[in-house]
Structures are given as C-alpha cells and as structure tokens.
Design a protein around this ligand. Sequence first.
Ligand code: SAH
Length: 325
Amino acid sequence: MTPLERALRERIAAEGPISVEAYMEACNAYYYATRDPLGERGDFTTAPEISQMFGELVGAALADCWKRVGAPGDAIYAELGPGRGTLAADALRMMRAAGFAGDAHLVESSPVLREVQKQAVPGAEWHERIDELPAKPLLLVANEFLDALPVRQHVGAVERRVMAAAGGLAFDRDGEIVETSPAREEAVTAIALCIAEKGGAALIIDYGHERSGPGDTLQAVRGHGYAPVLADPGEQDLTAHVDFEAVGRAASDAGAAVTPVAEQGEWLIRLGIEARAQALSRAHPERAGEVQIALERLTSRDQMGELFKVLAVHSPSWPAPAGFE
Ligand code: SAH
C-alpha cells in the first residue's frame, strides 16, 4: 500500500467517502511534491521536453504580441506549472532576442520541481499561487497545467466519490459522468482578471476538447503507459481532459478577450515550426533526423497535433497572439 493510500484510507474511515475532486487533488499534490515526473525515465513527456522548437515558438508568439502593443516595459513573463523550466528557458531566449527585458515569474507548488527550475531559469521569482503574481501586464503560458488540476465528477445529480474497498479504493457509483472543474475555472479567472485590468496575453495549451460534453476523462499515467485511476495513489500522474469551452467562458466572464481554439499542430505550423525545423536541421545536420521526428510528434494528427489544443486569453486592448485564424 502506498503511503498516500494509507492516509486516504484513514481519512475515509474518519469522514466517509471523499469526492473524486478531493482524491485527484490529494494524489497530484503528493505526486508532484515527491518527484520530477518528466522525461524518458519518468512517467510522461511534454511538448517542451520533445523539442526546443515548442518553447521557441511560444516565446516568439508572446514577444510578437508584446511588440505589437508597443513593447510595454513593465510586462513580465509568467508561467504556470513550469515542470523542468525547459519551456521557460526556450521561450525567454526568443523573447530576450526580441528585446523583452521583463522578469520571469513562475507559479509552482512542487519544491522538487522548483529546484530543477532554478537551474533552467536563473533569476526567476517563484510563487505558490496564481494570485501572488504581480499586478503587471502578463505574457503567460500554461502548458499541461490545467489538466493536472482536479475535476469534479457527477453521475446524474450526485457527486461521484471514492470509498475504501477490500484490497484498495473503489468508486461509489458508475454511470454517465459529467465533469466540471472549479479549480481550473478559478485559475483561469485569476489570470483573466489580471489581463483584463493590466493588459497581457496568455497561451493555454493542453489536451482536451473544444466543446463541453459528458464523459469520464480521468486517467492515470505511469512509466509512459496508462494505469488504473485508483491504483497506487500518489505514485502516478492523474489528469483529465480540459474543457476549453468552460475555460474560454471563465476568461470572458472575467472581462478578457478569448481567441478561437486551435489544434496544436495547425497552431505550430501557422507560427512557422516547419521553417524552424529546416533551419535547425541545416545548422545541425547530425540532428536532422531527431528534429524531423520531433516535428511529427508535435504536429501530426495521430500524435499530439489534434488532441492538444491552444487557446489565447488576451486583454481587449491587446491584439490576439498570432496563430489563431
Ligand atoms: N508545463 C510543464 C510541466 C507540466 S506537469 C511542461 O510542459 O513540461 C504539471 C506542472 O504543474 C508541474 O510543474 C507541477 O508541479 C505543476 N502543478 C501541478 N499542480 C499545481 C498547483 N496546484 N499549483 C502549482 N503548480 C502545480
């Protein structure tokens, strides 16, 4: 039995079955606090870990948006859940080259990952929560952050819970499941309020769906494969698809402008990833094969290109970032 399962069983014995939301929150808090889960030897690989091209294009899109609004000197780079800091390092390299000199602010709850980020993004400032970000124009990115925030599940009108069972944990009910995520809406609202008031643009990139709809999307990943959601609590990554319709609504309710949802593949292609891949391959012919494989992983429809989506939230007085036709 994992240490977290022991704690959860004690909690359930004391308070009764806990919601799926509370389960997911407890599992991910423990999981991220106790390891660096990224990369080949970890549990999963994210887009910035596949290739530097991903972070570079994010940086180019943010810098372009910032320049078009007159390059305000008080703007900051901000990132939610920066993992190993790879995306921040690649994006900031592009942004610095474009003349951006603002500070970097990273929202990260995991002490283990903060240590890794300190190597990748020297001089950054760290925050525990989004509402601790300074009230300044934001150039923000969140890649695979919202999917880790907890979802609530309902079967009909009743919230689905996790109970103790012989030899493990079990759901208290099954049926047609509807997911909502107050935690995600709270995160998006906080960003959108800041952007509506102070200016800025945010790129929200994650796997998920463009329109709300019923379905159980909670999943566990461990060692690059799927695992049962209730197995080994705290030792595997729990995520659920992001409902981009709900994200967009939370942002516009808070007064920010929202772009249409783009698929990651088409978005990267519009931003010029193919030309970037060619340039990298010319500069490093020994890496051309690796660059081509990365390009396909990031853009092709049967890999990350279609499942992953991108949405931009921006100030009504800023232009929309490029890539959303
Ligand atoms: N963006 C990175 C990592 C994605 S993994 C990448 O693309 O590689 C999710 C990240 O979000 C991790 O850094 C994790 O520690 C962080 N995280 C998860 N829940 C969080 C929370 N509630 N508050 C702050 N950070 C959180």
